[in-house]
Design a protein around this ligand. Structure first.
Ligand SMILES: NC(=O)c1ccc[n+]([C@@H]2O[C@H](COP(=O)([O-])OP(=O)(O)OC[C@H]3O[C@@H](n4cnc5c(N)ncnc54)[C@H](OP(=O)(O)O)[C@@H]3O)[C@@H](O)[C@H]2O)c1
Length: 301
């Protein structure tokens, strides 16, 4: 039984992870940016670096899942600043606090966006970062863990692929169009689409907590990557809907700007070498099976 501090707990991954931690008997201290509403919550302000010491002191691990949504609004200059600062500020505040209080483990979310656009190049944890706004953001985000590393805290960066769940994230945004038979292949559709089912994303964080030999970057993606066209085809088939539309790359760029180009058209052919090497068992390694299971989930109450 451990004491785990979680930041960004109200999001897609955080909600599921906190539930999993509690189910296995851990005590979860939740960092919130709003007023405290229940026991076990601690108010912090990641922007100004304020965090109550009683939230972190004596904890066995801290997990950072913070960040303003990258697909929620057009990437204006202001939005880019928020996307970056919300990640770097939270990771730095929590990493410094882990260093100060001698918390042994700090696990932070990161993203496959770290690699930028890499066409068909096989990528794993040892591959260098790429170019572009998301890649630069991920580099700065991971560097924000340095204060903890320098204090010999074990730091793990979980580089998440697109997390699939029916109730949130990218899949929930895509489902209405696909249900209307208006799903589409994006651009050439040849770009690799790194994905992971929510269960397995949560499993990867739990794995990072419990495997004390693990540190540095860890790719949390399915071991069976697909190209974007294949993803759209399998999703349409799972919903028993046709797939005949294609949105050209220039239209996505025109409509969504940098957000469309980086989020929808970049190619990352990632292999989760570290998790595979350690014997991590995916519950949903194959896209078709994962989507069937995800689409059968009960509606949220
Ligand atoms: N879901 C994916 O497909 C995916 C893929 C790659 C990487 N990731 C990364 O993994 C992390 C967790 O993903 P998620 O899908 O659970 O994200 P999410 O649903 O968007 O939740 C992120 C959480 O970050 C906190 N947050 C929001 N705006 C913030 C701000 N301006 N400053 C500080 N914190 C803020 C919120 O928690 P509180 O209100 O509780 O503070 C929010 O619930 C994120 O950093 C995300 O970028 C996710």
């Amino acid at each position: 039984m451990s004491v785990v501090v979680v930041a960004g707990s109200s999001g897609l991954v955080g909600t599921a992870l906190v539930e999993a931690l509690r189910q296995r008997g851990d005590t979860v201290r939740v960092l919130v940016r709003r007023q405290v509403a229940s026991p076990g919550e601690y108010r912090w302000d990641p922007d100004s670096g304020q965090i109550p010491s009683e939230a972190v002191s004596g904890a066995d691990a801290a997990i950072d899942l913070c960040g303003a949504g990258i697909g929620d609004a057009r990437w204006t200059r202001e939005r880019r600043r928020l996307i970056r600062s919300s990640r770097v500020g939270a990771a730095r505040t929590l990493s410094e606090s882990c260093a100060r209080h001698g918390v042994p483990t700090f696990v932070s979310a990161s993203a496959t966006g770290f690699y930028g656009d890499r066409h068909d190049e096989p990528l794993d944890e040892s591959s260098p970062s790429g170019g572009g706004f998301l890649a630069d953001t991920c580099v700065a985000w991971e560097q924000a863990g340095r204060p903890a590393e320098n204090a010999l805290v074990r730091v793990v960066h979980v580089r998440l692929g697109v997390v699939l769940d029916r109730h949130g994230g990218a899949l929930a945004k895509m489902l209405p169009a696909f249900r209307w038979g208006m799903g589409a292949v994006l651009g050439s559709g040849r770009q690799w689409f790194p994905w992971i089912a929510l269960d397995d994303a949560v499993g990867a964080f739990l794995w990072a907590l419990t495997h004390s030999d693990l540190h540095g970057p860890v790719l949390a993606v399915s071991p069976e990557p697909v190209r974007q066209a294949e993803f759209s085809r399998v999703l349409a088939r799972s919903l028993r809907r046709p797939l005949f539309l294609r949105v050209p790359a220039w239209v996505l760029g025109f409509l969504l700007g940098g957000m469309g180009r980086e989020l929808l058209l970049q190619s990352q052919r990632c292999r989760p070498k570290v998790l595979q090497g350690q014997g991590f068992q995916w519950r949903h390694p194959v896209l078709g099976d994962a989507l069937k299971e995800i689409l059968l989930q009960r509606p949220l109450r």
